[in-house]
Design a binder for this molecule. Structure first.
Ligand SMILES: Cc1cc2nc3c(=O)[nH]c(=O)nc-3n(C[C@H](O)[C@H](O)[C@H](O)COP(=O)(O)OP(=O)(O)OC[C@H]3O[C@@H](n4cnc5c(N)ncnc54)[C@H](O)[C@@H]3O)c2cc1C
Length: 247
């Protein structure tokens, strides 16, 4: 069983969001980077659980990004990835990212290609679907559970008001979300081992971008809080009606 896990780098959830270059670029100065939580907690940890049951399984990590992605790749190796490939490129859109990953995946003989449900920064939720199309493989999105029997995967996914359980033959691309696995932290042995695990850096292939970003905008700052005296219910009702417009 060969598993490819797509690992993206995202700003820590506490990072201050700002833009540069006339609001066309995310300001990365001082930003703390983490593994996209959907990739780490669900895609990667489920892959590790599968490997724990099947010792012949192997986990390859792939990232499209610059050298600044290497710390998060090493962390993913410390958690339990066997080897990693960094495609040395700053992708500006999901399509570019998917093209780069598909170039690695197409001759890799992977049975399972796992992605996160979405990145928590650009929220594209599109790389998995694009990959499956480029690789001509089935795609199951937003999986909450994955069980394998031989070359058959049984995948549970959330749908409005319930769940859908589907069966699919490997190879398959699956995007993962909460429910797939329990988050873990790397142990000291994993951290030491990760230092010597192979991290191959490959050049990107030329891709013509299909979209371009005109500008980013921050949401308006939150309005100040108004304190209303506990006895002044009339004023509270007036504010809720006239200003907040919620009643
Ligand atoms: C305007 C713009 C500028 C950008 N500039 C840069 C930049 O300079 N440097 C940079 O590194 N990124 C940059 N990005 C982010 C990069 O393009 C994203 O990797 C890509 O847009 C995919 O994000 P998404 O939200 O569409 O992914 P989604 O479709 O939401 O991601 C789903 C899953 O796909 C996988 N995935 C997504 N991205 C990657 C990746 N890069 N490597 C491996 N797996 C991945 C993950 O498993 C993820 O959970 C930029 C994005 C935009 C829109």
């Amino acid at each position: 069983m060969k598993i490819l896990v797509c690992i993206s780098k995202t700003p820590d959830t506490t990072a201050k969001i700002a833009f540069t270059d006339n609001n066309t670029k995310f300001a990365t100065a001082g930003v703390q980077w983490i593994i996209n939580p959907y990739d780490e907690w669900y895609a990667l940890i489920r892959a590790i659980e599968i490997k724990e049951k099947d010792s012949s399984a192997s986990i390859t990590l792939v990232n499209v990004g610059g050298v600044d992605a290497e710390p998060i790749i090493r962390k993913a190796l410390a958690l339990g990835g066997d080897e990693a490939i960094r495609i040395s490129h700053d992708p500006q859109e999901s399509y570019d990212t998917a093209v780069q990953i598909s170039a690695i995946a197409k001759d890799g003989g992977f049975d399972l290609i796992l992605t996160g449900r979405e990145t928590i920064d650009y929220l594209g939720s599109s790389v998995g679907g694009m990959l499956s199309e480029m690789l001509d493989l089935p795609y199951v999105a937003m999986a909450t559970k994955l069980e394998l029997t031989g070359k058959t995967a049984t995948v549970t996914r959330e749908i409005e008001g319930g769940v859908e359980i589907c069966e699919v033959e490997l190879p398959v691309v699956i995007s993962c979300q909460k429910g797939m696995a329990e988050a873990r932290i790397p142990n000291m042995r994993g951290i030491m081992a990760a230092r010597t695990k192979p991290l191959k850096v490959v050049e990107p292939i030329a891709v013509e971008a299909m979209t371009s970003t005109l500008s980013f905008e921050l949401p308006p700052p939150k309005a100040g809080v108004k304190l209303v005296d506990a006895d002044n219910v009339e004023e509270l009702v007036r504010l809720l009606h006239d200003e907040a417009k919620v009643i």
